[in-house]
Design a binder for this molecule. Sequence first.
Ligand SMILES: [Zn+2]
Length: 108
Amino acid sequence: MPDAVTCPICTMPDPLIAEDGFECATCGHTWVEEHEDTPPEIRDANGTLLVAGDDVVVVKDLKLNGKSGGVKIGTKVKSIRIVPGDHPIEGKVDGRTILILADKVKKA
Ligand SMILES: [Zn+2]
């Protein structure tokens, strides 16, 4: 946890710790914590370490929030990115950018 975190809007120090970032107690602004160190280790359904640029295959049908359809098991997702949060894998499927839980894929 970095010290001297300040609100990017009102510059007040000592923000509240929110679910995946910070919340300013003064103006209510919320923002995502910036990770200056290396990204978290993300492991697939088999425990294989995943890194940005990997290709993965979906091993469980995915339902997409607020969108019709989903992603079928066996779908290949090319050149993933690793992002902060509880759905750490970002990739494109049929032109849509989606976020996936790490245990729903395996390395291709
Ligand atoms: Zn603020």
